[in-house]
Design a protein around this ligand. Sequence first.
Ligand SMILES: C[S@@+](CC[C@H](N)C(=O)[O-])C[C@H]1O[C@@H](n2cnc3c(N)ncnc32)[C@H](O)[C@@H]1O
Length: 399
Amino acid sequence: MNARTDDDLAVRLRRTLADDLARGGDLRSPEWRRAVETVPREVFLGERIYRRVDTETWTRWEPLVAADLGAERWLGLAYTDESWVTQLDGRDGQAESDGPVVSEVRGTPTSSSTMPGLVVRMLEDLRVEDGHRVLEIGTGTGYSTALMCERLGAGLVTSVEVDPGVAARARDALHRAGYHPALIVGDGLAGHPAGAPYDRAVATCAVRRIPDAWLEQVRPGGLVLATLSGWLYGSALARLTVTGPGKAEGEFLPGTVSFMPARPHAAPPPGELPPREGERRDAVFGAEVLDEWTSLWIAQLAMPTATSVTVCYPDDEPPACCLVDHATGSWAWLHEVSEGRTTVRQSGPVRLWDRIEAALGAWHEAGAPEQQAFRLRVSGGEQVVFLPDAPVLRWRLPG
Ligand SMILES: C[S@@+](CC[C@H](N)C(=O)[O-])C[C@H]1O[C@@H](n2cnc3c(N)ncnc32)[C@H](O)[C@@H]1O
């Protein structure tokens, strides 16, 4: 295809993407539709993206290279409503694009172009209006930054990216697409005070708690939209209204939104496994609660400093789940001994599975409400997730 035909195809694909996102309810306003129909996502994907391939035992990443696929297939990928990983383990894969392509790679995604449907849904949920100044945390490829520039004008957009290589590529792509927002390389948890006050802050990396800096830099009445996540990988999308310096209150939005963690908030490595011993009893809840969206989130609220690993054994023994509390060194081993029956062995200063089960029990007693029923309040240096009128369902986010 020649350049002209590529451009025509990209225009058509953008329109189709916008139609699909509108049908799915993510794209709701003419302003954001215009942005989706204008911003060339292919410019932000660089030369190489990674497709997730799940095997029975692990996830691998298959590199897809623009030069090998040809323009038509590459554009097809760019305008699919999918997240495309662009960096693994903080390694600068894009810079290696002249080198040999490894046919499959294991690793942890550290940067990506978020699926357009989610980007647009969050931008709609951010309730942006003409003239608003927006702070974005997690520039990534720059695609979401470009949508904001298109909607508001680049002069009103500030975006912070922690990874210098990722930030440099986003800058290039944004400039090539004709956008010149304020691009900051650094830890977005500190915001960017020089550009404050902002009307809106939006994070495309997940945080364990809302950084104080965002609440100081967003004006009272302004909104902060961020995914609250944690070391058990429970997630919830929170929208807060700033009510004063360091004070805010808000809600959790529907849907199962998850993002890679802000680097300083990432879970610590599991470390050496503790011995499979401790006080033993039958568990009320088995490890399957950690596979369900809301119960996982409740477990994480109850034990925010715990991580979990599934341990597979070479013989016929079923896999076990091991939780370790990094604050106290306590642990819990969960073994499914027969269908529907799990035993737990706990040791250390905190009986961590007891705590998780108490929280899950109280949540069930309250009718197992969805995340949207909860609220988040920030004041006096504390961040509390609570179910209104249920004093037992109330947890402080880790400091
Ligand atoms: C999911 S990607 C962002 C996607 C992006 N909005 C897009 O449309 O391409 C998350 C990004 O957050 C960045 N990030 C992680 N921790 C950060 C931090 N503390 N401050 C700023 N950026 C951070 C990662 O390097 C990564 O590029």
